[in-house]
Design a protein around this ligand. Structure first.
Ligand SMILES: *Cc1c(COP(=O)(O)O)cnc(C)c1O
Length: 452
C-alpha cells in the first residue's frame, strides 16, 4: 500500500446535502454490521467518506437513496456484464421464482448451465457449481491437493482468490517468499503451504518449482490480474506457466472468477489460447446471483464426491434462481455469434482512448491498462510507467486516485473506492455514458493532478 494518505477535502454544504440520506443510512448500518457493510471494499474508508447507499440500477446507471444517478463502472465487481436489471435476466429469474426458490434436489437447469460452461471454457470437461468465488477457489485447491497428494500452492502476490485461509496471503518482498498470513485468524501453519511469486515473473515460478519439487499441488493464477487493478499477462507469460507446469508435472489452475465470460466468452484461456487443468468461475457465470463454479479435466473432477473421495457440498449450490440467471446471461452473450463481445470491445476502447486524452489534457500522468471490458487507471509518477505486478501497482499514487474517485462521484460516475479494482464496462454502456464519463473525468483528472 502507498504510504501517502488519501486527500480528503472538507465537503461543501451542497455536497453534504447531496449525500444526506446515504450518510444517515450508513450511520444505522454501522451499528449492526462491521463497517456498516457486508464486504470491506464497500466501505469508503480508502477515500475518506461515507459510502453511497444504492436503491436501484437500470442498464449502466445506479441510483442512490438521495436520488442521484451515476454511470456505474463497479458492475457489482464483475457479474453485471449486461448492466443492471437486464431484461433477459429479470424475466428468467421471475419465471424460475414462481416455481420455487430451492429444492435440494437436482434440476435440469443445472445440467443446462453446466453444458454451456463445458462447451464454452476449453479447460472445463466436468464442472461443479458453488455459491461464491471463494468457495470455488477453496474447492479447486482441495481437488488439486487431493489428486496430487501434495500440499504446496504457488500463487502470485496481488492475485486474489477469495478469502479462504490458504490463499489469503499478503505480498512478501523478494521473488519467492513463504507465505505469511495477511489476516488475524489465519494460522501460520495453513499458509506455510502457500508459496508466493511475483506476477508476470516466470523465473520466480521456475525457482519455486525447483525449490519445492515434488511438493507442489498446483500453480494458481488470475490469467488477467483483476484484483491489483487490471494487469494483463505479459506476452508469453501464460504459455510459459503452462510449459513450466508441464515440465514439473504441476497442475495449472486459472482463477477465472473475474475473467470467465468477461475477457472472452471462454475466458482468458480462450483469449490467450492457453488451457489450464483446473478453472474457477464466478461473477458473470451467475448472472448477478450468488453462483460460482470450479471445473477442469475429467480425470481431476471425477475425484470429487460422490464420484470420488474429495468432499465438497452446498445446501444452495446450483440454486435454481442462480441457474436461471446464469443461463439467461450466457445465452444473451452467445447470441448473434457473440456480438456482445465486439460491442464491449468498441465501448471500452473508446472509453480508454477518451480517458487517456482527458488525463493528458489535465497534465495528470497515468498508466492505462485494458483487456476487453476490464480496464484500470493507475496514477503513476510519469505517463505510461510500467505497471506489470503487485509491487508496481501498490507503488502508484492512491492519494491521487482518492481525489479522482471523489470528483467522479460528485459528477455522477461510480467507481470502486479502492485504487486496485478494475472498471467494468457492460453492454448497457454506450456513447452517451462514455461522453458523460469523460466530461466528469476531465475535471477529476485536473483535481487529482493538484495533489503533490
Ligand atoms: C471476486 C474474485 C474471487 C472471489 O469471489 P467471491 O464470489 O467474492 O467469493 C476469487 N477470485 C477472483 C479472481 C475474483 O475476482
Amino acid at each position: 500500500m502507498s504510504t501517502r494518505s488519501a486527500a480528503v477535502a472538507e465537503p461543501s454544504e451542497a455536497a453534504t446535502e447531496r449525500y444526506a440520506k446515504s450518510a444517515a443510512a450508513h450511520a444505522a448500518a454501522k451499528k449492526v454490521m462491521p463497517g456498516g457493510v457486508n464486504s470491506p471494499v464497500r466501505a469508503y474508508k480508502a477515500v475518506g467518506r461515507d459510502p453511497v447507499s444504492v436503491v436501484s440500477g437500470k442498464g449502466a446507471v445506479v441510483t442512490d437513496i438521495d436520488g442521484n444517478d451515476y454511470v456505474d463502472y463497479v458492475g457489482s465487481y464483475g457479474p453485471l456484464i449486461l448492466g443492471h436489471a437486464a431484461a433477459p435476466i429479470t424475466a428468467a429469474v421471475s419465471k424460475a421464482l414462481q416455481r420455487g426458490t430451492t429444492f435440494g434436489m437436482p434440476t435440469e437447469a443445472e445440467t443446462r448451465l453446466a453444458e454451456n460452461v463445458v462447451k464454452a471454457v476449453p479447460g472445463v470437461e466436468v464442472v461443479r457449481f458453488v455459491n461464491s468465488g471463494t468457495e470455488a477457489a477453496m474447492s479447486a485447491i482441495r481437488v488439486a491437493r487431493g489428486v496430487t497428494g501434495r500440499n504446496k500452492v504457488i500463487k502470485c502476490t496481488g492475485c486474489y482468490h477469495g478469502h479462504t485461509d490458504a490463499l489469503l496471503v499478503s505480498a512478501g518482498s523478494g521473488a519467492t517468499t513463504l507465505g505469511v498470513p495477511s489476516s488475524p485468524g489465519v494460522p501460520a501453519s495453513v499458509v506455510q503451504n502457500t508459496v508466493l511469486v511475483s506476477y508476470n515473473d516466470l523465473e520466480a515460478v521456475r525457482s519455486a518449482m525447483e525449490t519445492h519439487r515434488g511438493d507442489v499441488a498446483c500453480m494458481a493464477v488470475e490469467p488477467v490480474a483483476g484484483n491489483m487493478g487490471c494487469i494483463p499477462p505479459a506476452d508469453g507469460y501464460l504459455q510459459g506457466l503452462r510449459n513450466l507446469c508441464d515440465e514439473f508435472d504441476v497442475p495449472l489452475l486459472f482463477d477465472e472468477v473475474m475473467t470467465g465470460f468477461r475477457v472472452a466468452y471462454g475466458g482468458a484461456q480462450e483469449r490467450y489460447g492457453v488451457t489450464p487443468d483446473l478453472t474457477c468461475l464466478g461473477k458473470v457465470v451467475g448472472g448477478g446471483l450468488p453462483c460460482a463454479a470450479y471445473g477442469g479435466r475429467e480425470d481431476f473432477m471425477r475425484h470429487v464426491a460422490p464420484d470420488g473421495p474429495i468432499y465438497q457440498a452446498g445446501t444452495l449450490s446450483g440454486n435454481p434462481l442462480a441457474m436461471a440467471a446464469g443461463l439467461a446471461q450466457l445465452e444473451t452473450l452467445a447470441a448473434d455469434d457473440f456480438a456482445a463481445y465486439e460491442q464491449l470491445e468498441t465501448t471500452a476502447a473508446a472509453l480508454e482512448a477518451g480517458l487517456r486524452k482527458a488525463a493528458k489534457k489535465a497534465k495528470c500522468p497515468v498508466t492505462l491498462t485494458r483487456v476487453g471490458s476490464m480496464l484500470c487507471v493507475f496514477f503513476t509518477d510519469t505517463d505510461e510507467a510500467p505497471v506489470t505486478n503487485y509491487e508496481q501497482a501498490t507503488a502508484t499514487r492512491t492519494d491521487r486516485y482518492a481525489s479522482f474517485f471523489n470528483a467522479m462521484l460528485d459528477h455522477g460516475v461510480m467507481l470502486a473506492p479502492a485504487a486496485f479494482e478494475a472498471w467494468f464496462v457492460s453492454t448497457a454502456h454506450d456513447d452517451a455514458t462514455t461522453k458523460a464519463t469523460l466530461k466528469a473525468a476531465e475535471k477529476a483528472f485536473a483535481a487529482a493532478a493538484t495533489i503533490q
